[in-house]
Design a protein. Structure first.
Length: 639
């Protein structure tokens, strides 16, 4: 029998699990992959992508195609099915070895495309415009060219909604150029757009974007001020362009770097540059909130590519270096000026190797169709990389349950990997018609419920135990199973079965519960007197204090495996210590836990004394066997 100081009662012990469920956004539908990956005729596909306003036309660059050295591929969607439209688009007057198709943009109706290539003609650069009539594409006019040697003209491109105004970034020439179309003929409008108050070689034009009416443009210089980066906004009155306000720079994050990607809302009043959002009131620009950092990321690189919906209320952020260059994409939505992540990260199925998904992204005007490029997909040492693109949709109305492509994750870390008796999160759409957690009425004696309001989950042919249901998220306890490797997971609602998503099962899947704020950076910890341990004001309405050396704190996790005596999975249990010793590390110091074991179904508790640590954030990890909890989890300390 354990003394009260070794564990807390089950109601208190469920604290971390309740936090995990209740603080995640669950009211909005999540994106699910539509069909298989898009692969056209070409190599290194997906370096840049664009979508029409309705999301039914997509264009994907393939800058390694032969014999022209690169091209752009158009895909169209009919009844949810995507197919390539015609041959790849390749300019007739490129200078070989040109590798056409570095950057790309589409008009709102999808009938005008501009494709840029800064490497054309020994880095002078160029851009090509194509027009579609009756499903047939043809080049419109001659190549648009830069004005100086090594101008890198075409490094970035943008189009207005009607396709009659184009902007072309010229990083090597430090600026951007605007062109307009009249009667099918393109001509330059005014001089080069170059922002004032730059510091050093800012490389302006590395990313550009236009508003729908073409009267607002944003030009990014990623290397301004020694790599801090900046962006400049320009507006057009008549045919004259002028800079609007000072340069935009990021604030509020250590070593803030603005990034090398940009997008504008249709009205031009919302801009996203890297992971920062700026809004315009009148003619004054200001930063809106902090950096948008996706949860569940493994590594860094988010903000490499960005896109905005027409109303500026949905943002897509790509991170091609996530998870050792497999890549991923995150969706954020804005409510009342506050941004929050929508669902888990997007990673398309069918990828091969280090696909670098998220290297390019695009979003339809309504924010319900997303296109994600992965230029590194299916790399081969002898023939290069095939590359691909993935389409995700956010259905406004769906009657059948659907699990998102990477929708089965550990319920504490929200990373792939499950184990027997582990809390997992299943994310998707139409997973339930109601939102609730289990109550005592749902239990049959000491057995946990395997269904709530008709919602059930099968993991490798065995029923899981349902704790929480909502339209877009389920929290369930995995059943006892010795199978390792890929196992199928399926949701049933009102006798309608979802798609099957495979999850990787192992003997252990250790993870620590965290507060969902700031991307799950801070471990969900409780002091022995019941006080929550976290940076003050981390969670609105929840008082919290930093830890102090000498404090006894309680950490919570899942997926740590068997206990002694064994704790039956799927039953109400008594606390029991782990069968295998754990190694708890805080701030690099190994501490001996006073208690390490299970305290309620699937929920493990670790009682530790905070060692003598410096002020600030100190990394926390718990290892067991050959496994360890997720990285980048911290405990904040204040002496």
């Amino acid at each position: 029998m354990f003394s009260n100081r070794k564990y807390v009662n089950p109601v208190h012990a469920l604290f971390a699990l309740v936090v995990s469920a209740s603080l995640l956004p669950t009211a909005m539908a999540q994106f699910v992959q539509q069909g298989g990956k898009l692969v056209g005729t070409g190599r290194s596909q997906g370096g840049a992508v664009a979508l029409s306003a309705d999301g039914n036309t997509a264009i994907v660059t393939c800058y390694g195609s032969q014999p022209v050295g690169g091209a752009a591929i158009v895909f169209t969607r009919a009844s949810g099915v995507w197919s390539q439209q015609g041959a790849a688009l390749a300019g007739t007057d490129g200078v070989y070895n040109v590798f056409q198709a570095w950057s790309v943009a589409l008009s709102a109706d999808g009938n005008t495309a501009i494709v840029g290539q800064p490497l054309d003609n020994a880095n002078v650069g160029g851009a090509w415009v194509y027009a579609r009539t009756g499903g047939v594409w043809s080049q419109q006019g001659a190549k648009l060219v830069g004005h100086v040697a090594r101008a890198d003209y075409g490094r970035s491109v943008g189009l207005s909604a009607d396709g009659n105004t184009a902007i072309v970034g010229s990083g090597g020439d430090d600026g951007a150029w605007v062109l307009t179309r009249k009667g099918g003929v393109w001509s330059q409008q005014g001089g080069k757009l170059v922002g004032s108050d730059s510091i050093g070689n800012s490389f302006q034009g590395s990313a550009v974007a236009l508003s729908a009416d073409g009267n607002t443009s944003i030009v990014v210089g990623y290397s301004d001020n020694g790599g801090v980066g900046a962006a400049w906004v320009f507006t057009r009155t008549g045919d004259v362009w002028n800079q609007q306000g000072g340069k935009l720079v990021a604030s509020g994050r250590l070593n803030s770097q603005l990034g090398n990607s940009a997008a504008l809302s249709a009205d031009g009043n919302t801009a996203i540059v890297g992971t920062w959002v700026f809004t315009r009131t009148g003619s004054v620009w200001s930063q809106q909130g902090g950096a948008l950092v996706g949860s569940g990321s493994v590594g860094n690189g988010d903000g490499y590519s960005v896109a905005l919906s027409g109303d500026g209320g949905t943002a897509l952020i790509g991170g091609p270096y996530d998870n050792n260059n497999v890549g991923a994409t995150w969706v954020f939505t804005r409510t009342g000026g506050a941004w929050s992540q929508q669902g888990g990260k997007l990673a398309g199925t069918g990828s091969v190797g280090f696909s670098e998904q998220g290297g390019s992204v695009a979003l339809s005007s309504d924010g319900k169709t997303a296109l994600v490029g992965g230029v590194g997909d299916n790399a081969n040492n002898s023939s290069g990389r095939d590359g691909a693109a993935w389409v995700f949709v956010n259905p406004a109305i769906s009657t059948d349950p659907s699990i998102s492509s990477i929708g089965v994750v550990n319920g504490a870390s929200f990373l792939p990997g499950i184990a027997p008796g582990t809390w997992i999160s299943i994310q998707g759409v139409s997973l339930s018609s109601v939102t609730r957690s289990w109550t005592s009425a749902d239990f049959l004696g000491s057995s946990l419920p395997t269904q709530l309001d008709g919602v059930s989950v099968i993991v490798n042919g065995k029923p899981a135990y349902i704790y929480y249901i909502s339209p877009t998220q389920l929290n369930v306890l995995t059943p006892a199973d010795t199978t390792q490797g890929s196992v199928p997971v399926q949701v049933t609602t009102a006798n309608v079965k979802s798609n099957v998503v495979n999850a990787n099962a192992a003997t252990l899947a250790p993870a620590l519960f965290t507060f969902s704020q700031q991307g799950g950076r801070y471990v969900a910890a409780v002091r022995s007197d019941g006080a929550y341990i976290a940076p003050p004001d981390l969670i609105t309405g929840l008082p919290a204090v930093p830890a102090k050396p000498g404090d006894i704190i309680l950490l919570y996790g899942t997926g740590f495996g068997p206990t002694t005596p064994p704790s039956p999975i799927g039953q109400v249990i008594n606390p029991a210590p782990l069968a295998t010793p754990v190694t708890v590390s805080i701030g690099g110091i190994v501490v001996n836990p006073q208690f390490a074991g299970i305290v309620s179904p699937g929920l493990y508790q670790f009682n530790v004394v905070v060692p003598n640590l410096p002020n600030g954030d100190n990394a926390v990890s718990i290892g067991i066997g050959n496994s360890s909890s997720q990285p980048n989890v911290f405990l904040t300390v204040q002496r």
